[in-house]
Design a protein around this ligand. Sequence first.
Ligand SMILES: Nc1nc2c(c(=O)[nH]1)N[C@H]1C(S)=C(S)[C@@H](COP(=O)(O)O)O[C@H]1N2
Ligand SMILES: [Mo]
Length: 258
Amino acid sequence: MNMARNDLLLPRRALVGGIATLGGLALAGCSDELPPTYGNILRIGDDFTYRAQRMLLPRNALVRQFDHADITSMPAIGTTNPGNAKEPGFSTEFGEAYDRLRKDDFAGWRLEVAGLVARPGAYSLADLKALPARTQITRHTCEEGWSAIAEWTGAPLAALLSAAGMLPNARYVNFHAYDEVVDNIDLVDALHPQTILAYGMNGRDLPPGHGAPARVRVETQLGYKSIKFLRRIEVVEKFDDFGKKGNIQNGWSWYAGI
Ligand SMILES: Nc1nc2c(c(=O)[nH]1)N[C@H]1C(S)=C(S)[C@@H](COP(=O)(O)O)O[C@H]1N2
Ligand SMILES: [Mo]
């Protein structure tokens, strides 16, 4: 009886071990040396910053955290209401849906988690809040030349990805917003302990202009990587530059490490 049970357990244990090893390999393979934008002549700067940072910084080095007394005011920049058709980033596909959700205090909001996960799903705000929470006071640096310090509370993206069962061939996490914005980060940044899905700011619900009901905080990169008004997260193996909607064709670095 015991023998039979052990026999049955063996293949599962081998599988778990295999997955763990594959995961480690995927992580090592995706992160070092070259950014996925390598070869694009417009993006030669990426190659240098990415290589330098990946080589010099310990993988989970934390960005500086501040005290409550350091908190500053912070402007809401870019899209401030994806439900407003007059804003430049308005999405004809999702703008109206956002407007309806906002008018209902986001009770019906669900963050879709799709792609290379064992358990794709739709997370409500309560589901995100049920994950372990992290609060951090950090400096937001915008590429336009201003910075601000605020306190952010949310669920580590790593916790969500692990709840969803990220698969071993995962390499990038794509973020889709309720406006036209779409972007992605690699697993080094996705699994960084300070990368959180923030639903709180300065002790209150995330204010409308700052990305309600939830935004990502990618503290290791410039402000434009911290996508607001999240709608969908997709875990993928193949890098997507999102064509005309993506950073590269619009003249921005894909990698904006700070
Ligand atoms: N969905 C979405 N996310 C976005 C933007 C945007 O326009 N739409 N702007 C980006 C830029 S350039 C910056 S500096 C920050 C601004 O965040 P804040 O409005 O909370 O200051 O959000 C980033 N995330
Ligand atoms: Mo920005």
